[in-house]
Ligand binder design. Structure first.
Ligand code: SF4
Length: 377
């Protein structure tokens, strides 16, 4: 049986590939690209049909973070010309969330920059969740506030949060290259705290930061090991003013192979096409819908995505459908109550020069939350 047939068959059984198989997926040639997408597509359709879940980001607090994650435009010392503002008021956040929901989003992700929330911050977010749920009781809320302290996950759960996002980002081995103010185990610890508090764990990765194939496979297996429910796959947005500015190492084909590898390692979880899809996948974005079952709609935290209308058109044109609020995202065996499935850092010195024109693809967000302009949804 060929590698890709094996990968698909294992995915249908929720069986992980071996490390060597996952690495082999990343090493496939461009000639095999459509076969890779088709094999991952079999797994995706088995667990999630042709549904695409839409998620909408609301940046509650932007910029001025004391942490030094090299990929982040909100980091300590960032010269990126992004919007900076402190906590949105609950009604402001509810207005922003409403725009996303009106366009079909069933999950709203409430994100705040910073190392982690104070107990007072958790109270602000609880008030924000109440304001959003007052208008839309059924919306899924995911909070992303940094490292969770004792009892904070439980408070968010009681306030109505459904999920908590905290990305592992990369492998344990590469972590010190992308951040010096915290480490991989700090991140994994918060994912576990969220899970223990009854929140659906959401944790993903960022590709394009100088990692090796082994790093990508390691982080994918680490996410599987944490039994997360959703895995956002980001492609580095190399902001001017951050240490990783100018790093354009990804091709659309490599992005698809990375997504497929993650799908094979985490076959029955929500794999989400996240930041950077427009600038790295470019005209191949619709192919990614055969692999992922979830995307962010509209803009990102500090950069602009393509128009929300273009996202919806892309989904329809590719033959997929927006997942309705009345349809559970997760396969039955992963839903609540079911049994768990089985089984300032130095810039990276070997950065490739930016291919001409690519830096222009990064548009800093100038609309939506924290501005007087309507959001993109
Ligand atoms: S990723 Fe989060 S913790 Fe790291 S610098 Fe950005 S806002 Fe701060």
């Amino acid at each position: 049986m060929s590698l890709l047939e094996t990968m698909a068959d294992k995915g249908l059984r929720r069986e992980p590939p071996t490390r060597a198989e996952a690495l082999a997926v990343l090493a496939t040639s461009d000639d095999d690209l459509l076969d890779v997408v088709a094999a991952a597509g079999r797994v995706r359709r088995h667990w999630f049909g042709r549904r695409v879940k839409l998620n909408y980001l609301v940046n509650l607090k932007s910029g001025l973070c004391p942490e030094d994650c090299t990929y982040c435009s909100q980091r300590l010392g960032s010269k990126a010309d992004i919007l900076t503002y402190t906590w949105l008021k609950p009604e402001q956040a509810a207005d922003a969330a409403a725009a996303g929901m009106a366009a079909g989003a069933k999950r709203v992700c409430l994100v705040a920059s910073g190392r982690g929330p104070t107990d007072r911050d958790v109270g602000r977010v609880a008030d924000t969740i109440a304001a959003i749920k007052d208008r839309s009781p059924d919306v899924e809320i995911c909070a992303c506030l940094g490292f969770l302290g004792e009892g904070q996950g439980e408070r968010l759960r009681e306030a109505g949060a459904h999920a908590y996002n905290h990305n592992l980002n990369t492998s344990d081995a590469q972590y010190a290259d992308i951040c010096t103010t915290h480490d991989f185990s700090d991140r994994a610890d918060t994912v576990q705290r969220a899970q223990a508090a009854g929140l659906s764990p959401c944790s993903g990765l960022i590709a394009g930061m100088g990692e090796t194939d082994e790093d990508l496979v390691d982080v994918a297996f680490a996410l599987r090991g944490l039994d997360v429910d959703s895995v956002p796959v980001n492609f580095l947005i190399p902001f001017e003013g951050t240490p990783l500015a100018g790093r354009w190492s990804l091709t659309p084909q490599r992005c698809l192979r990375i997504l497929a590898m993650v799908r094979f390692v985490c076959p029955d979880v929500e794999v989400r096409l996240a930041g950077g899809r427009e600038i790295h996948l470019r005209s191949l974005q619709p192919l990614a819908l055969h692999i992922v079952n979830s995307i962010f709609l509209g803009d990102y935290l500090t950069s602009e995505g393509q128009a929300g209308k273009a996202d919806l058109d892309m989904i329809a044109d590719a033959g997929f459908e927006v997942e309705g609020a009345d349809v559970p995202t997760m396969p039955g065996h992963r839903r609540e109550g079911s049994a768990a499935p089985e089984a300032e850092a130095e810039p990276v010195s070997d950065a490739e020069p930016a291919p001409a024109g690519h830096a222009d693809l990064v548009a800093v967000r100038r609309r939506g939350a924290g501005t007087d302009l309507p959001p993109n949804a």
